[in-house]
Write a protein of this length. Structure first.
Length: 256
């Protein structure tokens, strides 16, 4: 059986309430041997870490303040994170910028994002990036941080190969490809042809963005092979090659 890694999932989300262990079991049975848990805010953080403690070597935590939770108290929220740095996060994430519902707090988001990039640099950790409708501000922050030698991945990547090429000027970067790649007429399916397999990670963003033919249902890590199969089709290679390459990529980036 192929080995896969889900590099971005949310098992502590209320959608999995009472079913977390069963979801882990189904994923492992499908060959998904490691699942990285994305952090968003203090309200879910302790539950996420408890799940990781319950499944050592299978679930690994990240640590970060999601841009949707950035407000005037963002510094306090980041201070709340700091004690968890001693509990083995494999990345700072998910962090970034999101202007989908407006850019009224754009300045605060950029400040919180930059501070967390600095935290990742200081701790020698990769970053897991959330980016939505804020591309130019994102690159302005990256330009400010050019000398930090950052590494990480763009989670739920659905932008162009040109955006990835631009990103690659700022360090050691990968793209996280999830269920969207299986959607009809998804532009990322076309652009993925031009992104090397050596720069691709698999993810679900579960419970969101279930792949075709499960679109509209609760997503979970057990669906990773469906995403890998679509990437194999796009790349014109076997699914074994996709599994091997993406697993190696994830282990290298996140030091697994």
């Amino acid at each position: 059986m192929n080995e896969y890694i889900d590099t971005h999932t949310h098992l502590s989300d209320s959608a999995f309430a009472g079913e977390e262990d069963a979801a882990v079991r189904r994923a492992v049975e499908a060959g998904v041997t490691i699942m990285l848990q994305a952090d968003t805010c203090a309200e879910e953080r302790e539950a996420m870490y408890a799940l990781c403690d319950r499944h050592p070597g299978v679930l690994y935590p990240m640590l970060g303040l999601y841009p949707g939770y950035v407000g005037k108290d963002w510094r306090d929220r980041i201070d709340e994170m700091l004690p968890y740095l001693g509990r083995g996060p494999v990345a700072i994430g998910e962090i970034g910028l999101d202007y989908h519902c407006g850019d009224e707090n754009a300045a605060l988001q950029k400040q919180a994002f930059k501070l967390q990039l600095e935290l990742a640099r200081d701790r020698g950790l990769p970053v897991n990036i959330h980016l939505r409708d804020a591309t130019e501000d994102f690159f302005s922050v990256m330009e400010d941080c050019r000398g930090m030698k950052l590494r990480g991945n763009l989670h739920a990547f659905s932008a162009s190969a040109e955006v990835f090429g631009r990103m690659s000027r700022y360090g050691d970067w990968y793209v996280g490809i999830g269920g969207v790649v299986t959607f009809k007429n998804a532009s990322i399916a076309r652009d993925l042809v031009r992104i090397p397999l050596e720069r691709i990670l698999l993810e679900t963003d579960a419970p969101y963005l279930a792949p075709t033919p499960l679109r509209g249902t609760r997503n979970e890590s057990a669906n990773i092979p469906l995403i890998a199969a679509k990437i194999a089709e796009i790349k014109g290679v076997g699914i074994d090659e996709v599994a091997s390459a993406t697993t190696a990529n994830a282990k290298k980036l996140f030091n697994l």
